[in-house]
Design a protein around this ligand. Structure first.
Ligand code: ADP
Ligand code: TRP
Length: 330
């Protein structure tokens, strides 16, 4: 059975971008593949969380994984830092990762632009840590959103480089994967390209948002004054609203608003009202479970311990093999 690995950083609650880019695919893959889903708390350190914050966000994200329907008896759900083997493989891979290629990475260049005061080495080597997560379990499929494609390309480079250097077949090539379709980018509500937790207030709809909150956010979403001639090309913000509808609304609903747009009769207030209700319909079954799971310490601890044990099995095998290949004494 092919192995799948994916993770989401524990830097905040999960939003619809995480859901449709990654989580929704985890759910569909868990019965067909050998799945490892982890909470990327090492990766979250680039933003310098306090110990309290780190601890509570890991538990929150875990509760949200479970509320979405990831089954700890079927998949392996673990916390990244519970496997220090990850950190060891990261160190080893870093020796063959070149500063030039890391500096050329789009996500790194974006960080330089967005947060010039905190360009730490962890940001530069973010792709090697991600490669370590994936290669540790020899995964071949990695369910992620479109923004992670370049990181996967770098994971393949590091895997192949290791194999070549040591003349082995240790690592298979991992590929970004979306169940049944191409990789996706979910747009935000603020007219900007991508829904993300580090974007501005009001950009993201979180799975933990109450229905009232979702209505408020969606009603404030950026649109424009409406088309003035039939079948006009849609401006970016309006395209985004339609893209969100594609994810949660029925084809009849989408067609209704497409027709209205093309006839210059669209009322964005109506469209947003419908979009909000369709998002709520979609998120309600998840939203309703999150708080109870997040408050169940016994359950969370049990899941984390079980996941750690299962993940260690696979991680320690790989690390042993890598150490031997590289010539370490033990
Ligand atoms: P964020 O971008 O909000 O900080 P992460 O970087 O932790 O979230 O992303 C975790 C996963 O969710 C990755 O697989 C990423 O590709 C996916 N993801 C995040 N935002 C989006 C989005 N807007 N569209 C599609 N996938 C996304
Ligand atoms: N880099 C991913 C993100 O920011 C999160 C992540 C870390 C990940 N390690 C991974 C995703 C390994 C897939 C596989 O979105």
């Amino acid at each position: 059975m092919e192995t799948v690995v994916s993770g989401i950083r524990s830097t905040g609650n999960l939003h619809l971008g995480n859901y449709f880019g990654a989580m929704g695919n985890f759910l569909k893959m868990q019965h067909e593949y050998n799945c490892f889903f982890f909470i990327a708390d090492y990766h979250s350190l680039t933003t310098h969380p306090t110990p309290e914050n780190l601890k509570s966000s890991v538990r929150q994200v875990l509760a949200e994984y479970l509320a979405c329907g990831i089954d700890p008896d079927v998949s392996t759900i673990y916390v990244q830092s519970d496997l220090p083997e990850t950190a060891e493989l990261y160190l080893l891979l870093n020796m063959n990762a070149y500063v030039g290629e890391l500096e050329r990475c789009t996500s790194f260049k974006e960080k330089i632009r967005k947060q010039p005061d905190n360009i730490n080495a962890g940001l530069l080597t973010y792709p090697t840590l991600m490669a370590a997560d994936i290669l540790l379990h020899k995964a071949v499929k990695v369910p992620v959103g479109k923004d992670q494609e370049q990181h996967l390309e770098m994971s393949r480079t590091f895997a192949n480089r290791f194999n070549r250097l040591y003349n082995t077949q240790t690592f298979p090539e991992p590929y970004a994967f979306n169940f049944g379709q191409s990789l996706i980018k979910v747009p935000g509500l603020d007219g900007s390209g991508k829904m993300g937790k580090s974007e501005g207030e009001g950009n993201a709809v979180f799975l933990a948002d109450s229905p009232a909150n979702i209505r408020k956010k969606v009603m404030r979403a950026v649109s424009d004054s409406g088309p003035t001639s039939p079948n006009e090309e849609k401006p970016e913000a309006v395209k985004n609203l339609f893209a969100l509808m594609e994810l949660v609304s029925t084809s009849d609903t989408i067609k209704y608003f497409e027709d209205k747009y093309n006839e210059c009769a669209i009322r964005y207030g109506d469209m947003k009202k419908q979009l909000a209700e369709d998002i709520i319909l979609f998120t309600a079954p998840i939203y309703e479970k999150i708080n109870a799971i997040a408050a169940d310490d016994l359950l969370l601890n049990k899941v984390m311990n079980l996941g750690e044990e299962k993940a260690r099995d696979s991680a320690s095998k790989t690390i042993k093999e890598v150490r031997k290949t590289m010539g370490f004494r033990k």
